[in-house]
Write a protein that binds this ligand. Structure first.
Ligand code: URA
Length: 216
């Protein structure tokens, strides 16, 4: 199942327009905050699909019935590019448990790259609702490997993947390996470069948010 929020959400479209813009994205703080704001809107949209319950809350004048989440999700992200998006989710699911995993592309002389996973810190995911965030769903290779690792921490009852921009190749890769995963995205782009960058995409989300790195 793919939820493309660009279809009916001009507010998310406005944020995307700034996130993609080569001039505006030079303002690193604005770039991070815009990604975080997309995370906040997505958190709200996903919450409509999550189990809820009514809680009775005493006010100074009586008892109010309040619709609240039936349980807190686990928020998982892929270091380092996922941090700002993850933070947007955490702003709304502020009592959530968290999982972190690191993934990087190891480039080979042939021009190809393989994905290396290194750090993992996660609670048990057995019977939990998990929301895994990564701003760019490109080839889907790191997302599929990350999902494999997360499922080893216990079988979640629901798995959501949330990205800012998803490429159709990455969407298909997830659907093939994990057909039950719900994919949320703020935009779908069709193309990938030979180096696995999304076109038109936005560039390197990690570098734009946190600066360039030596380990390329
Ligand atoms: N990661 C990025 O940051 N950008 C892409 O286009 C693809 C993967």
């Amino acid at each position: 199942m793919v939820y493309d929020l660009s279809n009916n959400n001009p507010l998310i479209g406005q944020l995307l327009a700034e996130i993609r813009d080569v001039e505006i994205q030079q303002d690193r703080m604005r770039f991070r905050r815009n990604i975080e704001r997309v995370g906040e809107i997505m958190a709200y949209e996903i919450s409509k699909e999550l189990p809820s319950k009514t809680k009775q809350v005493p006010t100074s004048l009586g008892i109010a019935d309040c619709l609240v989440l039936a349980e807190q999700p686990v928020l998982a992200t892929i270091l380092r590019a996922g941090l700002a998006l993850h933070n947007g989710f955490l702003n709304y699911y502020d009592k959530a448990d968290n999982a972190f995993i690191s993934a990087y592309r190891k480039h080979h002389k042939s021009g190809e790259f393989t994905i290396k996973l290194e750090y993992l810190s996660s609670p048990s995911l057995k019977d939990r609702i998990v929301i895994l965030t990564d701003p760019m769903l490109a080839t889907g290779a790191s997302m599929v490997l990350t999902l494999e690792q997360l499922y080893e921490q216990g079988k979640p009852k629901e798995m959501h993947v949330a990205s800012v921009i998803a490429c159709t190749v990455g969407i298909e890769a997830i659907k093939k390996s994990f057909p039950d995963v719900k994919i949320w995205t703020a935009a779908v782009d069709e193309e990938l470069t030979a180096k696995g960058y999304i076109v038109p995409g936005l560039g390197d989300a990690g570098d734009l948010a946190y600066g360039s790195k030596m380990q390329d």
